[in-house]
Design a protein around this ligand. Sequence first.
Ligand code: OAD
Length: 236
Amino acid sequence: MGEMSQIRNIVILTGAGISAESGIDTFRDAGGLWEQHRVEDVATPEGFARDPDLVLNFYDMRRAALTRVEPNAAHAALARLDAEWGGDLLIVTQNVDDLHERAGASRVLHMHGELKSALCTACEMRSPWDAPMIDRPPCPVCRAPMLRPDVVWFGEMPYQMDRIYTALRNADLFVSIGTSGAVYPAAGFVRDARELGVQTQELNLERSEGSNWFHESRQGRAGELVPMWVEEMLAR
Ligand code: OAD
């Protein structure tokens, strides 16, 4: 790939597929979270207003499950790339787990929020959070018992879109890993990148919905593909 020779700045988008081999359910695969739960019930502001206990319990269970999983070879490889890559690098994750950080990556942006963060619906402050919310604990900042999961729901604006688009404008390479390409705006990043003249690659178990937009698409498990890809990048 001749065009790939001048790569300095990289934006990496990750989705549920990168955490699948750690034992975290994806959303849209067979047996995924959206087969077990209705999106409208547990991932919308309206669902939360209708049945807060159901929603708080859903995220309490997912937060608790983080203590039973470990980062896999794909998270480790991206952490290594983050540590060793001299140019700009940003890992934009749609995942609300903390496996990129636990693998050692530091240039991580959680565009859909984090399980281990609480958002106060009274004072709007975000606080690091590691406990259940079902018993309505007080906000660490204002003490109001009005916390919700700091997770971006359908109909809400993902976090730090300005920072993401700035990184895309400066990028030489955009790589999408383990995401189905079903949820916007993340699903549109590949087209945005192409319009900006950025090289694009996807690493996913199967071709994603937007697969044809990528210059290159590789199919396989993240635990195998990502370490290989990182080796290639660091050998350049
Ligand atoms: P999806 O469940 O939609 O897609 C996961 C993708 O990962 C699929 O294309 C799988 O083929 C692929 N995959 C599964 N196992 C894999 C493996 N071992 N290695 C590589 N790829 C694998 O998850 P996302 O695309 O992350 O949003 O979903 C995007 C958003 O939709 C989520 O952030 C969440 C959800 O609704 C919110 O909750 C706001």
